[in-house]
Design a protein around this ligand. Structure first.
Ligand SMILES: Cc1cc2nc3c(=O)[nH]c(=O)nc-3n(C[C@H](O)[C@H](O)[C@H](O)COP(=O)(O)OP(=O)(O)OC[C@H]3O[C@@H](n4cnc5c(N)ncnc54)[C@H](O)[C@@H]3O)c2cc1C
Length: 493
């Protein structure tokens, strides 16, 4: 196959060469209504051959609009269709710098396609592969505060894990990880499936994915608030500031932000699929203790390092970051940094706007989660010494509870795709595979999509099924863990 050339970045402002076609209730119609291919004359209007429409006046951004108005737009928005031939040196905007967006960029780069990744992260890239490092009371504290560990079942992901291991970024987690039943009964998970962790936490893995890259540009912190098709390109805006024009766009995030972006962008099929997604909410409590927590031990007398908690409403997972990440320091007078996650049920019951958590809610959640830790460990109430540092955070769009079970979505007429964990399941591996798949799919499209764009349509009509797994995700290979997830997620507005 011919590779897409690596010509330098050029902004191409062409004559009007896109069209909007009303989307009927059955989205499939769009495929037959929009015969777009390279053989068509540039600038010709695909819906009405021979007639060039005047520029379409786009409505103002839906950012800040009410849910109702966003819904209305979703039903009335029209399909954008680019009808110019695909650029010989395409550039792609990827909105989201989690593992899926970064691997989509890396895969595009391998295939000779340039991209720019936009991410909101203030502290760094990685999204839900987040590690928080801070100094409190002159002590260095480190917490993985979303993804805790991962398994690798697919050869493509295993290859990446091996690369990370060879670079000294990942190792197997050999500490005592298991199931903790309320009351303190701890059983380790048999170790036939490797459990991996980031040696310095998860975030450096994300950073490693864009190092030494020639044709991936990273822009952060940046919150893309608007997507507009014009003159054959996607124009991105951050709060009225232009952020560039691109031949194609990737949505590598989900939740409210993605729904807002898609609600008026001219991609109704992608929007409809995104709106079907349901997500759980999970509270994270990060807590540092001066003295070790009194945790149970496994059969070999190793102290619990990580546990899926059963039978406690406010806690579904607990892990000692200090022993996980810095085993030589644990127990040597350094503080223990613990990550506790609530159940999805507790998250839903105590949901508040995650950007603006009322202090009373934060305090109540902290108290209830610490109570839950005591119940899980079989300790009497108030027996855990108070932590000297705590922080609560709500992951309002934590994990998908339903999935279309497709590797990625791509709308070839709108030259827009979606990748992310939710397309396949709810894990880092799922997110990685989705990003790789979309990168390859788009590179194939750039090579030969002009002739038969409809052949490149993926995932636009697939129905959704429930995600199997635990409250904090699916761990292929550890499937014998009883699913404890309360699978009713929240619809995202
Ligand atoms: C509490 C919790 C625990 C978990 N534990 C595990 C675990 O132990 N093992 C495991 O395998 N998985 C775990 N997961 C799941 C795993 O973290 C995710 O599946 C994976 O990281 C998702 O990657 P992603 O690229 O799809 O999305 P994300 O990581 O969410 O990346 C999306 C990025 O897009 C950015 N963004 C959003 N909107 C915009 C915008 N408008 N403009 C620019 N940027 C934007 C976001 O800030 C984010 O950085 C956990 C998740 C949570 C919440």
């Amino acid at each position: 196959m011919t590779r897409v050339s690596r010509a330098p970045f050029v902004f191409i402002l062409e004559p009007l060469n896109f069209s909007f076609t009303p989307v009927h209730k059955k989205p499939r119609i769009c495929r037959t209504l929009i015969p777009l291919c390279a053989s068509r004359e540039r600038g010709a209007d695909s819906a009405a051959p021979g007639h060039v429409r005047p520029p379409v006046q786009r409505k103002p951004s839906s950012h800040g609009a009410s849910r109702r108005s966003a819904m209305k737009k979703s039903f009335s928005q029209e399909q954008v269709s680019f009808n110019s031939p695909v650029s010989r040196s395409p550039s792609v905007a990827i909105i989201g710098g989690g593992i899926s967006g970064l691997l989509c960029a890396a895969t595009l780069e391998e295939r000779g396609v340039r991209s720019t990744v936009f991410d909101t992260g203030v502290h760094g890239l990685g999204g839900r592969m987040a590690t928080r490092a801070l100094v409190e009371s002159q002590q260095h504290l480190v917490f993985d505060h979303a993804a805790q560990f991962f398994t690798a079942s697919d050869a493509r992901f295993q290859k990446l894990v091996e690369k990370w291991m060879s670079e000294g970024l990942v190792r197997e987690w050999t500490g005592a990880v298991g199931i903790l039943e309320a009351g303190g009964r701890f059983t380790t998970i048999p170790s036939s499936t490797a459990k991996y962790i980031g040696i310095q936490g998860m975030r450096p893995l994300a950073d490693s994915l864009q190092k030494n890259s020639n044709s991936v540009q990273i822009i952060r912190p940046c919150w893309i608030s608007k997507l507009e098709p014009f003159n054959g390109m996607w124009h991105l805006t951050e709060n009225r500031n232009p952020r560039g024009s691109f031949d194609a766009v990737v949505i590598a995030h989900n939740g409210k932000c993605a729904n807002r972006l898609l609600s008026s962008s001219g991609l109704p099929q992608l929007f409809r699929q995104m709106k079907r997604l349901e997500l759980s909410s999970i509270w994270a409590l990060l807590a540092a203790f001066n003295d070790p927590l009194p945790v149970p031990r496994d059969g070999d007398s190793n102290a619990l390092e990580g546990a899926f908690v059963k039978g406690v409403d406010s806690v579904s997972w607990m892990a000692n970051n200090t022993s996980k990440l810095f085993p030589l320091q644990n127990g040597n007078g350094v503080p223990q940094c613990w990550t506790f996650f609530s159940t999805a049920r507790f998250g839903r019951r105590n949901k508040v706007p995650q950007e603006n958590i009322p202090s009373v809610t934060a305090e109540r959640v902290k108290v209830e989660m610490l109570d839950g830790v005591e119940s899980a460990l079989g300790l009497s109430r108030g027996s855990i010494p108070p932590p000297f540092y705590t922080r609560v955070q709500l992951w309002g769009a934590a994990l998908p509870t339903n999935t279309p079970g497709v590797p990625c979505m791509f709308d070839p007429y709108g030259r827009a795709g979606i990748c992310g964990d939710w397309l396949l399941g709810s894990s880092m591996e799922d997110a990685a595979l989705s990003g790789i798949s979309l990168g390859n799919h788009m590179a194939d499209y750039f090579q030969c999509g002009d002739g038969q764009p409809e052949e490149f349509s993926v995932g636009l009509h697939d129905s959704f099924g429930a995600v199997a797994g635990h409250d904090i995700g699916h761990f292929p290979g550890l499937d014998f863990i009883e699913p404890v997830l309360d699978l009713v997620g929240d619809s995202v507005q």
